[in-house]
Design a protein around this ligand. Sequence first.
Ligand code: T4K
Length: 372
Amino acid sequence: MTNAKKSLPIYVTQPLLPDLADFMPYLEQIWASKWLTNSGPFHQQLEQALCDYLGVKHLALFANGTLALVTALQALRITGEVITTPYTFAATGHALLWNGIKPVFVDIDPITLNLDPDKIEAAITPQTTAIMPVHCYGQPCDVMAIQKIADNYGLKVIYDAAHAFAVQCHDGSVLNHGDLSILSFHATKVFNTFEGGAIICHDAKTKQRIDHLKNFGFADEVTVVAPGINGKMSEINAAFGLLQLNGIDEALEKRKWVDTIYRQCLATIKGIVCPLGMGEKATNYAYFPILVQSDYPLTRDALYQKFRDNNVQVRRYFYPLISDFSMYRGLPSSAPANLPVAKKTAEQVICLPIYPDLSREQIEFIISLMVD
Ligand code: T4K
């Protein structure tokens, strides 16, 4: 215990970093070619390697997940109102606002913590054009139910799959569902390129439109087909992604091990619930959320403070709800009475540290803070 305490802080996550020496040949190649960005060779290789690894047809790399989200909405020309979850990171809602779209918040399911399909229909209006669910913590949404509603009402579906790298559902990659999915490759994610992201789509024409949109709208040297943005990933980020992909299976295994130990240790602690009973392939062990119930001796915030006092840098993902941020608070759908499950979950949640290098000693120290 004492040793674990000495080696603190323990962060909620730590990035996966391959050996620095293994990155040097990539850097030398970039230096030799002087090709630094704008769809260079590593960029092209990483797009193909990720399509193969993830089991998806088309993938466009981005500088980060937020730009991918903003561009996904542009690619499908989404306007009006979009139904989404309040239980997510700020970027989900902000991508809508950056496109002049009104978010309409719908409550979450208490088991999956994702958008509750049973509550979507009641929120649809003549202005609704799309649904933007989040595979929160990498737990797949009910993709079949959501698609059925979208088909019935002629709506597009864009998944914020920022957490869902390599996540499978009943018929393969969860990224193959909906019209588009976006990934984040931020440093804190299961697979990272320092900063980075991607849009997954199903046909070459859409991929081409996305590629134009992320490069200012340029279709060729003299033709600009849309008011695009600069969303391009650089060669350094792409090269790092290629290198990291080599170790991703091992990293996922280590995350699974951490998840298993936590579940074993927490099973007997009264008042602590692990909300997601995750299946073998339905998760990538990106996060380890716990819910602090009223029969636990400490409040959620007292336990959070105890962790922080002991230099365990846990996070309350996702508190506050984004519907409580000042720019969303005035929306009718942000009313707490409309979002009781999300509200309660946000008040109970703590995400415990989880990353490949977390040791048993560190896990035991974290657990000890919950039982002492
Ligand atoms: N949609 C969803 C559902 C998302 O969760 C996110 C991002 C996005 C969209 C947008 O994707 P990006 O545009 O970011 O690609 C972090 C991440 O910055 C953010 O990417 C992520 N979601 C969110 C859930 O978590 P913060 O503000 O909590 O990050 P920060 O800097 O406090 O880092 C958390 C912990 O990670 C630190 O305590 C220490 C550790 N850490 C962090 C960094 C940056 C490291 O060990 N090394 C590092 O380099 O948002």
